[in-house]
Write a protein that binds this ligand. Structure first.
Ligand code: PEP
Ligand code: MN
Length: 349
């Protein structure tokens, strides 16, 4: 249920409603809005009677939320969620690019990549230190050492770090060295991990699992929000279909769909979504036209030598061209590409 407060309601009225919700054994979630406050109610004790709240001071309406996901739904919050990461913002009018290698492979590799990206005006560096690989014999990441290299890269370049958190045991270590915690496709259903990340306030980039429905992705996001963390970025990264020319099928339907069902920012990962470097640029551009708030792209200084996902990583020169095209396209999609202040990218220099 959602309690909509009157625009003139006092904070005292809001507190009284929250207290009442608690006394009934449910959890209140205050959702500030541009005009008025709303209070989302969650809990698993069955239905609630709106009349319990309608007569309270400051309450305008009490409506039931029809979707199984509540706090992340547009029904509960109409305005787009905008997430602050340092001085940068994700969502709203921003078009954000997260770039970097699939895995942190060495100090030299991640520092070099971070410097290349910084010189193009990019603000967000990706790189996996704890890699959840399908094969136990594949490169598993540099782990703690990889995190330290990411931290050093961030200190040297001012870039924000996005890196995957694979399990509950390493949350503290990963959190300490990153600005956005990535939950990978293999972990979208790891509810213990989601619950723990819900207790933090650090932004989470939540990737859709290979065979997850859009509703399941939103329910995973609801796990985070129900514990108080609303700093969630949803990420479409391709789903498994019968097609074999591509690694996954990038479900661009999901972008406008998620944007209409939820107030959260939506990103697209055309690297994993296609599994082919030559398809990254067209699909990244298509993602923006479909309404994505950003893209996350694998970029490697020498893709042929990459320890993971080199075949779906762009070389820096190709990435620069993508960035230039995104910058050109952004205004047509009602957006502005987030680059370092006054940075104008050009495809040639
Ligand atoms: C990754 O980003 O490198 C990754 C492993 O992604 P996903 O979880 O989407 O497969
Ligand atoms: Mn990868």
């Amino acid at each position: 249920m959602l309690i909509v407060m009157k625009s003139e309601a006092a904070q005292n009225d809001v507190e009284r409603v929250k207290e009442k919700v608690r006394s009934l054994g449910f959890v209140p979630h205050e959702i500030p809005g541009a005009q008025r406050v709303a209070i989302g109610i969650t809990g698993n004790k069955g239905g609630l009677d709106p009349n319990l709240f309608l007569s309270m001071n400051g309450v305008q309406d009490a409506v039931s939320v029809s979707k199984p996901f509540k706090l992340v739904s547009r029904e509960v919050k109409q305005e787009d969620t905008v997430i602050d990461v340092g001085a940068d913002r994700i969502g709203g009018r921003e078009l954000t690019v997260i770039a970097g290698p699939c895995s942190v492979e060495s100090r030299q590799q991640i520092l070099e990549t971070a410097e290349i990206l910084r010189d193009m005006g990019v603000r967000f560096l990706r790189g996996g230190a704890f890699k959840p690989r399908t094969s136990p014999y594949a490169f598993q990441g540099l782990k703690i050492e990889g995190l330290e290299f990411l931290k050093e890269a961030a200190e040297r370049t001012g870039l924000h770090v996005v890196t995957e958190v694979k399990d509950t045991e390493t949350i503290a270590a990963v959190s300490e060295c990153s600005d956005i915690l990535q939950v990978g496709a293999r972990n979208m259903y790891n509810f213990s991990l989601l619950e723990r990340l819900g207790e933090l306030r650090k932004p989470v980039l939540l990737k859709r699992s290979f065979a997850a429905t859009v509703e399941e992705l939103l329910m995973a996001a609801e796990y985070l929000a129900s514990r108080g963390n609303y700093n969630i970025i949803l990420c479409e990264r391709g789903i498994r279909t019968y097609e074999t020319y591509t690694r996954n099928t990038l479900d661009l339907n999901a972008v406008p769909l998620l944007k209409s069902l939820s107030h959260l920012p939506v990103f697209v990962d055309p690297s994993h979504g296609t599994g082919r470097w030559d398809l990254i640029t067209p699909m990244a551009l298509a993602a923006v036209v479909a309404g994505a708030d950003g893209v996350i792209v694998e970029v490697h200084p020498d893709p042929a030598a990459a320890l993971s996902d080199g075949f779906q990583s762009l070389r820096p020169d190709k990435f620069r061209t993508l960035l230039a095209r995104l910058q050109e396209l952004a205004p047509f999609a009602g957006r502005q590409l987030t680059l370092a202040p006054s940075f104008k990218i050009s495809a040639t220099n």
